[in-house]
Design a protein around this ligand. Structure first.
Ligand code: FE2
Length: 185
């Protein structure tokens, strides 16, 4: 018998991983809408924003999967999020939310935006042509499983350069507003 990978539903931890990545505020300084606020926080500390446990496979037709855990928190009034990326080729992705609350922000290259609520048990389909970012709007970790084509490729640069058109801020609860830093026409 081969060893089976096991997911701990409480902590979101995978037993077997090929990589574990941690993203701190300093890694996301070019992504948050309120850069001054981010720099102020960084003078005191460099908080963990999210962590990705990946199990990657390679070869023709291969799928990979990952657990992402986003910490609760804000920079200014903007909630913590993942950097967000386009896939380098047309490749969809499926998310299953394990715990927490959030918003999945999706935007295609023409600027069309779609949003989906993330909550325990939500099964979400990420369109191949849409950049995607997960945003933790709750008070606990937002944890989800993602399954994707191994050769999908990750284009983070477009997001870094122009930002998403919309961001999610806390205005007596989560609110979707225009991104003041978006450079997209
Ligand atoms: Fe993706």
């Amino acid at each position: 018998m081969e060893r089976v990978n096991v997911l701990d539903f409480t902590t979101g931890k995978l037993e077997l991983t090929t990589s574990v990545q941690e993203r701190y505020l300093s890694d996301l300084i070019d992504y948050f809408a309120f850069k001054n606020e981010a720099e102020m926080i960084l003078r005191e500390k460099n908080p963990l924003i999210y962590k990705v446990y990946e199990m990657a496979y390679s070869g023709p037709g291969a799928l990979s999967y990952a657990i992402t855990e986003i910490e609760p928190g804000k920079v200014g009034n903007e909630y913590y999020f993942t950097k967000g990326h386009f896939h380098s080729k047309a490749a969809a992705e499926v998310y299953i939310v394990l715990s927490g609350e959030g918003i999945l922000m999706m935007e295609n290259r023409s600027g069309n935006t779609r949003t989906l609520n993330m909550f325990k048990g939500a099964v979400l389909y990420v369109d191949p042509e849409y950049a995607h970012r997960s945003i933790n709007t709750g008070n606990e970790k937002l944890v989800f499983l993602a399954v994707y084509q191994s050769d999908a490729g990750h284009d983070y640069e477009s997001i870094k350069e122009r930002g998403f058109s919309y961001i999610v801020v806390d205005e007596e609860g989560p609110k979707i507003v225009k991104n003041p830093r978006s450079t997209k026409k």
